[in-house]
Design a protein around this ligand. Structure first.
Ligand code: LLP
Length: 421
C-alpha cells in the first residue's frame, strides 16, 4: 500500500495537535470556521505524480474523475500537473474549462448525455465520448451531423465482472445500467464504423469504485482485450483503451493495492499492445488528501448511548448515511482524559444522520474533530438539506491556507426561489 492509498502523511500530529502540512487544524477552524473541508496541496500533487511515474513506461493519460471533487482549485492544480479529466455532465465540462483544463484531454462518460451536453462537448472539441448505449450512439451521430462535426467515440463495454465492492458503487455487472453489453459491443462498433459523423477512437470500461483487489481490474481488461482482438479482424482499431477508475483507498483497515502495483497490473495486462492507456481515477487522487473539520456542539448522554453532536452532518458528508461508509474520526487536539464510546452525529432530523458509530474518544464540548479521508465524494455529494449552507473549503500548502470555496450563505440558498403570486 502506498502513502496515497492510506491516510496521507500530510495530516499528522505535532505536539498533540493534528496538522495539515504545517498548519494546525485548530488555526484553520479559528480562521475559517466549521464545518470546513481542508485539503493538502502536497497530498494531492504527490498522489497525481505517483500515478504519472507509475505509468511512465507507457503512453498514457490520467483523466481525473471530476465527480470525486470538482472544486476549481483542485481541477486547476491537476490541470497544471498535466491531468486530463473524466466528466459526466455539461456542468463538469464547464468547471474543467473554467479551471484551465485542456478540452483535448477530456473524456465524457455517463449513461444519460443530453443533446445539449453533446453539443457543448463537440463545440469544445473534447478527446472522446464514452458512449453507453445504441440509442446514445445514434443521438450523438445526429447531433454531430447537425453541427457538421465528427464525434470521437469509444464504447463503454460492460465486462460483467464482479468488482466486489458496495453494490451502490459496483458498475460492471450485467444487471447494472452502465455500458453496452459485452455481447452487443461488436455490433455497435460496426454500426459506429458506418456512421459518417462518428469516429472510433477507443474502447472503455469502468467496473466500480473503491476496489481493494487487483483481480477484477485484470479480468475486465482481459475481457476488453479479447474484444479488441476480434475487432482488429474487422479492421476496427483503437488509439486508446480507457481502463476506467476505481482504485480504492484505505478508510479503515482495507489494504488496497498501491498505485504502483495497480499500474503494473494494467501495464502487464496491456503487454504487447500499442494503444495509449487512459485511466479515470477519482478517489485515489483526492480521497486521503482531504478532511472534514467539525466542532462538537454538545455531548448528550442517552440511556443507551452517548452522542457527540457535531456541526457537520449528512448533508456535508453523505457517505456514512448512504453507504454505511466508515470514516476515521480523530480529535484535533489529542486529550489524555478517559475515553468514552460515542455516536458521532449531526444536527439533521434523521436517524441516518451519523458520521461515525461507536467511536472511542476523549472529548469535551467545543472540541474539534477531523473526519478523515473526506477529500473524495465529500463536498461533491453535499446538499442543502435542512437549509444548511454548504461548508467552506480550504487548501493548505506548507504554511499557507487559502479559501478555495467560500462558505455558502443562507441568502444564496433561496436566491432563486420566488413566492407564487
Ligand atoms: N469513471 C467512471 C465512469 C465512474 O463512474 C467513476 C466513479 C470513476 C471513473 C471514478 O471512480 P473512482 O476512481 O473514484 O473510484 N459516491 C461513491 C462513489 C461513486 C463512484 C461513481 N463513479 C462513494 O462515495 O463511494
Amino acid at each position: 500500500m502506498s502513502e496515497h492509498t492510506k491516510y496521507s502523511n500530510c495530516f499528522k500530529y505535532q505536539d498533540s495537535q493534528l496538522c495539515v502540512e504545517n498548519i494546525p487544524l485548530e488555526n484553520i477552524a479559528q480562521r475559517f470556521g466549521t464545518p470546513c473541508y481542508v485539503y493538502s496541496h502536497q497530498a494531492l500533487s504527490n498522489a497525481y505524480r505517483q500515478f504519472e511515474v507509475a505509468l511512465q513506461s507507457r503512453e498514457h493519460l490520467i483523466c481525473y474523475a471530476v465527480k470525486a471533487n470538482s472544486n476549481l482549485a483542485i481541477l486547476n492544480l491537476l490541470a497544471k500537473l498535466g491531468a486530463g479529466f473524466d466528466i459526466v455532465s455539461a456542468g463538469e465540462l464547464q468547471r474543467v474549462l473554467a479551471a484551465g483544463g485542456a478540452a483535448n484531454k477530456i473524456v465524457f462518460s455517463g449513461v444519460g448525455k443530453t443533446a445539449d451536453e453533446m453539443k457543448l462537448a463537440l463545440q469544445a472539441d473534447i478527446l472522446c465520448f464514452n458512449v453507453e448505449s445504441s440509442a446514445e450512439l445514434e443521438r450523438l451521430n445526429e447531433v454531430a451531423k447537425k453541427m457538421g462535426k465528427v464525434a470521437p467515440i469509444s464504447l463503454r463495454v460492460n465486462p460483467d465482472v464482479d468488482a466486489k465492492t458496495h453494490p451502490y458503487i459496483s458498475t460492471g455487472l450485467k444487471q447494472n445500467k452502465f455500458g453496452v453489453a459485452y455481447t452487443e459491443a461488436l455490433a455497435l462498433y460496426r454500426k459506429a464504423q458506418t456512421s459518417k459523423n462518428l469516429r472510433i477512437v477507443g474502447m472503455d470500461c469502468h467496473i466500480g469504485s473503491q476496489l481493494t483487489d487487483l483481480a477484477p481490474f485484470i479480468a475486465a481488461t482481459e475481457k476488453m482485450l479479447a474484444l479488441v482482438d476480434m475487432l482488429a479482424q474487422e479492421d476496427i482499431r483503437f488509439e486508446h483503451l480507457d481502463l476506467g477508475g476505481g482504485l480504492g483507498i484505505q478508510y479503515q483497515d482495507e489494504v488496497p493495492p498501491s498505485i504502483v502495483d495497480y499500474a503494473q497490473a494494467l501495464i502487464g495486462a496491456m503487454h504487447g499492445r500499442t494503444e495509449k492507456i487512459i485511466v479515470e481515477p477519482g478517489r485515489v487522487l483526492v480521497g486521503n488528501a482531504g478532511v472534514l473539520l467539525t466542532k462538537v456542539e454538545y455531548l448528550k448522554h442517552g440511556e443507551e448511548k452517548h452522542f457527540a453532536i457535531v456541526d457537520a452532518a449528512m448533508n456535508d458528508l453523505m457517505r456514512p448515511a448512504l453507504y454505511d461508509a466508515y470514516h476515521h474520526i480523530q480529535p484535533v487536539h489529542k486529550n489524555t482524559g478517559n475515553k468514552q464510546t460515542y455516536e458521532i452525529v449531526g444536527p439533521i432530523c434523521e436517524t441516518g444522520d451519523f458520521l461515525g458509530n461507536a467511536r472511542s474518544l476523549s472529548i469535551t464540548q467545543g472540541d474539534l474533530l477531523a473526519i478523515m479521508s473526506a477529500g473524495a465524494y465529500g463536498m461533491s455529494m453535499s446538499s442543502n438539506y435542512n437549509s444548511r449552507p454548504r461548508a467552506a473549503e480550504v487548501m493548505v500548502s506548507g504554511d499557507v491556507a487559502q479559501v478555495i470555496r467560500e462558505r455558502e450563505t443562507v441568502a444564496q440558498l433561496f436566491s432563486g426561489e420566488k413566492i407564487f403570486v
